[in-house]
Design a protein around this ligand. Structure first.
Ligand code: FMN
Length: 373
């Protein structure tokens, strides 16, 4: 039987050649005053263009949305021009690429905001670290967004989505995972609001759905994906409680109403949750029966486990993170059964080509395909 990872798939408006997607990864190479993508960043993504779909690193939707140094933005004309280099290079090689739209909320630091605190659903310090120009610093107590500011942030996402299309992206992924702004609204540990944006499931997810609605209306829902990490616990300032999974079930149930949404991208637990009360241990297994659209699964997959999760009907595609970072030709390696390069953590967020565009690709003699099928 053909390896299911190599089977084409229709996602949103795109016919994709395989189900081996590249998961979004911040690489901090936009080290220029405008935080725009550069020719080096274009080279990195173009090297990985054989992915069924590339999801770009998180890209801040406004100045206020930033939380790490040297991450690219998607709000200014210069940034749109920078991203054109990337999308052009990926498309030239026949690839597809979505832009991950990002607002970090409270996972930031006053250093990024002229000394003012970052924004969040409520004034609760996540007690995490922010990566600033002077290295890691402790997060601070953020400032709660007003309702008017929440609406403005929704508009920032819409404008960022329009910018992404102007920059040549095939669509956008709304980053509503990993303890960033939308996830903060979903979580009781970060959201104690008593207005229409806190409390009930409907209220905690209102900002997210208002944003999804605006973004989808602006660029078409078949160009919009959503990322969720329901089992995050003990990091990103997030803790699971008894309302966490019901909240995510509510989100997924409502996402079913968006029948032409491109996809929902789930993450399996990033750290063990065996002893965490109320946590879902197997995310794809739990949410596959609940979500009717295209489901991408991520976290810790290898060739065999990725193939299996699709064969067992628990996901439609697999997003590979660190494996893609270290193997530009991951699709070819999976197709041929070749060995994978190891990733080097010390260069994840450093400047320049080292550990970025210099991972080796397979030599010609290693490219013999396996005699499957
Ligand atoms: C260097 C690095 C940067 C990351 N940046 C992002 C990001 O910008 N947005 C995001 O949603 N996830 C980000 N992640 C999480 C990955 O998308 C993925 O969920 C994680 O690496 C687990 O998948 P893997 O086991 O296949 O690597 C990042 C991970 C790494 C290693």
């Amino acid at each position: 039987m053909k390896n299911m990872l190599l089977k084409p798939i229709k996602v949103g408006h795109m016919e994709l050649p395989n189900r081996i997607f590249m998961s979004p990864m911040t690489r901090s190479r936009a080290d220029n005053p405008e935080n725009k993508a550069t020719p080096l960043i274009a080279e990195y993504y173009a090297q990985r263009a054989s992915a069924g779909l590339i999801i770009s690193e998180g890209s801040q939707v406004s100045k206020e949305a930033v939380g790490y140094i040297n991450t690219p933005g998607i709000y200014s004309p210069a940034q749109v021009e920078g991203w054109k280099l990337v999308t052009g290079a990926v498309h030239q090689k026949g690839g597809h690429i979505f832009c991950q739209l990002w607002h970090v909320g409270r996972i930031s630091h006053p250093d990024f905001h002229d000394g003012k605190p970052p924004v969040a659903p409520s004034a609760i310090n996540p007690k995490d670290k922010a990566f600033t120009a002077e290295g890691f610093k402790n997060t601070v107590e953020p400032r709660a967004l007003t309702v008017a500011e929440i609406h403005n942030t929704t508009h920032d996402f819409r404008r960022a989505a329009q910018n992404a299309l102007a920059a040549g992206f095939d669509g956008v992924e709304i980053h509503s995972a990993n303890g960033y702004l939308f996830h903060q609204f979903f979580a009781n540990c970060a959201n104690t609001r008593t207005d229409e944006y806190g409390g009930s499931h409907e209220n905690k997810t209102r900002f997210f759905f208002e944003t999804l609605q605006e973004v989808g209306q602006a660029i078409g829902f078949d160009r919009v994906g959503v990322r969720l990490n329901p089992s995050a616990h003990g990091f990103f300032g997030i803790t699971i409680d008894q309302d966490t999974i019901p909240t995510f079930e509510h989100i997924v149930e409502r996402l079913n109403n968006y029948s032409n949404l491109a996809y929902v991208h789930f993450t399996e637990p990033m750290a063990p949750v065996d002893n965490v009360p109320y946590a879902v241990k197997e995310v794809a297994k739990h949410f596959r029966p609940r979500y009717k659209g295209k489901l991408i699964i991520n976290c810790g997959f290898r060739a065999e486990s990725g193939k299996q999760v699709i064969e067992e009907g628990r996901a439609d595609a697999v997003a590979f993170g660190k494996a893609f970072l270290a193997n530009p030709d991951l699709v070819l390696r999976i197709a041929t059964g070749a060995k994978w390069n190891k990733w080097d953590e010390t260069t994840f967020y450093t400047a320049g080509p080292k550990g970025y565009t210099d991972y080796p690709i397979l030599e010609a003699e290693d490219r013999r395909p396996k005699t499957e099928d």
